[in-house]
Design a protein around this ligand. Structure first.
Ligand code: 0O2
Length: 207
């Protein structure tokens, strides 16, 4: 391989990441507009926070290798749905479904996939609503449909997922079976609390 090829590949890779960053911006703007509109009309905030992240090059390569895929720009873009990731932390469970619905009602968005880990939690207790959408982004000389993974969860689900994620990264953990079981039970308690909080909010609103 010629050194110039190497530089060209790096530049193309960076351009690709920049396109995903632009796609993230489009979705983030849509979410902020929905949040402001809701807030103005209902005097309540359905979205606590919006975080965006672009997958690190090492994670991109790692995921492609784990799937036994060739590592080319084309195959990366075809295979990975989560190069651009947006995490939307909501106050209540119904806010998650409301935000998802209002986003998908926008006619420039195309839904690629939904994974509802709230209705169908993972065996470890993980809960969140995941969707992959495609958004058109206008660049200098092209319009490109870009995929973005959106994870919607409550504050409590986010708290749980952060700790569980930390445990996953620590490979040599003592008592990991005990901790996993306790985490699973915490996830149940959190789910009950999320349900209860929603019920209470509805009672307060009905007053
Ligand atoms: P990281 O480090 O967060 O980026 P696909 O989207 O099809 O390519 P997958 O894994 O089938 O891949 O998608 P899925 O199930 O929608 O989950 C993708 C992301 O959800 C993960 O990204 C995590 O961010 C989160 N997630 C899924 N399951 C769990 C879980 O059990 N615990 C925690 N804490 N997070 C979870 P990555 O790339 O795996 O990791």
């Amino acid at each position: 391989d010629h050194p110039d090829d190497f530089v060209t590949h790096i530049l193309q890779f960076n351009e690709m990441l920049a396109r995903y960053r632009a796609a993230s911006q489009e979705i983030t703007t849509k979410l902020e507009i929905l949040r402001n509109d809701f807030n103005t009309r209902q005097y309540r905030n359905p979205i606590e926070s919006i975080q965006t992240r672009i997958k690190r090059p090492a994670s991109i390569v790692g995921k492609m290798k784990a799937r036994g895929m060739d590592i080319t720009l084309e195959s990366i873009e075809k295979e990975l749905n989560d190069i651009a990731g947006i995490r939307v932390v909501c106050s209540f469970i119904d806010d998650i479904y409301m935000v998802a619905e209002k986003l998908l009602a926008q006619d420039d968005l195309r839904l690629i996939r939904v994974k509802d880990y709230i209705k169908n939690p993972k065996p470890n207790g993980y809960r969140s609503y995941h969707m992959v959408v495609e958004v058109p982004v206008f660049f200098l000389d092209s319009k490109q449909p870009m995929r973005v993974e959106i994870q919607l969860r409550t504050v409590a689900m986010d708290f749980w997922a952060s700790l569980e994620h930390e445990m996953k990264y620590k490979k040599q953990i003592k008592n990991s079976a005990v901790i996993s079981e306790e985490l699973r039970r915490c996830a149940e308690t959190i789910a009950e609390t999320d349900e209860k909080m929603l019920e209470l909010r509805r009672q307060i609103e009905a007053e």
